[in-house]
Design a protein around this ligand. Structure first.
Ligand code: ASP
Ligand code: MG
Length: 323
């Protein structure tokens, strides 16, 4: 018997039908004799909606109150996910971060996990219950709710997997793994079977939303190997591992910030920085009619700045030229 952590993102828990679907996935792992910790994000775009509601009142909400508001999203998902499991006859209990506790520092909106209390979860697992933990939440030294940064439920999942020595840390999302670039932007994007911690971290930092950057850093530090996959039955997914094996360029991602004239298109891989690859990428962009307004070379990265409206075209051109 082993311990499995399963994390489900917002789109996988968006409504009752989806909750029952993921409950079946958890039930299969539970029925096979495993202990299961489930980590959930807020349903659908709940977090964005809650932020909008705060903005109706103030342009700069108090960080403490914003966290008190946003943690409610994951609270709802955790309770509903536990109910979905119970509906299938699986004993389950939902827990918030303060019930464990998942102790974090006090940086509201971007808190770091410091320590996880294990007793309560162990007691529940010993009763053969599935434990559903609200992701994205922490509790600071003052006893106040914190959030771990956008997309932070991945980070919760890896921290729990590390704390409990889980055999597997499965990150279920709406794509079936990590791709060489966003498949919605680029039709030639390819799923990676494995990706190294270093490349995954650089991709997350540069805007790839598939995994949270703090989650990847913690996974590397603790030796957890997260597997990103979709909720489809036949999903193979991508494993984040110490050595992903790719020596060239692994992926291309982009980052746009509201109000900025330029978007950053970043290439990531062990071969970077490289003048030759830089030349190839720039020539490909120019051939596609995209002007390059700036270049930044970093460790394992090469970033090209293009006009915001052209970033998708730039991603396609760079991807097809270097991968
Ligand atoms: N619900 C939070 C967010 O939208 C955390 C997460 O999804 O992981 O950022
Ligand atoms: Mg996410």
């Amino acid at each position: 018997m082993s311990l499995i952590v399963q994390k489900f993102g917002g789109s996988s828990v968006a409504d009752a039908e989806k909750l029952l679907h993921i409950a079946h996935i958890t039930k299969a792992a539970y029925d096979a004799g495993n202990d299961v910790i489930v980590v959930v994000s807020a349903q659908g775009d709940t977090t964005d909606r809650l932020i909008d509601r705060s903005r109706e009142l103030t342009a700069s909400p108090s960080p403490r109150e914003l966290d008190a508001l946003l943690t409610a999203g994951e609270q709802i998902s955790a309770a509903l996910a536990a109910m979905a499991l119970q509906t299938l006859g699986v004993p389950a209990v939902s827990l918030s971060a303060w019930q464990l506790p998942i102790r974090s520092d006090g940086v509201h909106g971007d808190a770091k996990i410091e320590r996880i209390g294990k007793e309560r979860v162990k007691t529940e697992l010993a009763k053969r219950r599935v434990v559903v933990v609200a992701g994205f939440q922490g509790v600071d030294g003052a006893g106040d709710a914190t959030t771990l940064g956008r997309g932070g439920s991945d980070y919760s999942a890896v921290a729990l997997a590390a704390a409990f020595g889980a055999e597997k840390c499965l990150i279920y999302t709406d794509v079936d793994g990590v791709y060489t670039t966003d498949p919605r932007v680029c039709p030639t994007a390819r799923r990676l079977d494995r990706v190294s911690y270093e490349d995954m971290y650089a991709l997350s930092r540069a805007g790839a939303q598939v995994l949270h950057d703090k989650c990847v850093a913690l996974a590397q530090e603790k030796g957890v190997e997260p597997e990103v996959r979709s909720c489809e039955a036949d999903s193979v997914g991508t494993r984040v591992v110490p050595d992903g094996g790719c020596q060239g360029v692994t992926g291309v991602t982009r980052r746009e910030s509201e109000g900025d004239a330029y978007a950053a298109v970043t290439l990531v891989g062990a071969a970077l920085p490289s003048l030759e690859i830089e030349k190839t990428a720039i020539l490909a962009l120019v051939a596609a009619g995209v002007a390059v307004h700036g270049v930044d070379a970093g460790e394992r990265t090469l970033t090209l700045y293009v006009e915001r409206g052209q970033s998708r075209k730039a991603v396609r051109a760079a991807h097809d030229a270097v991968i």
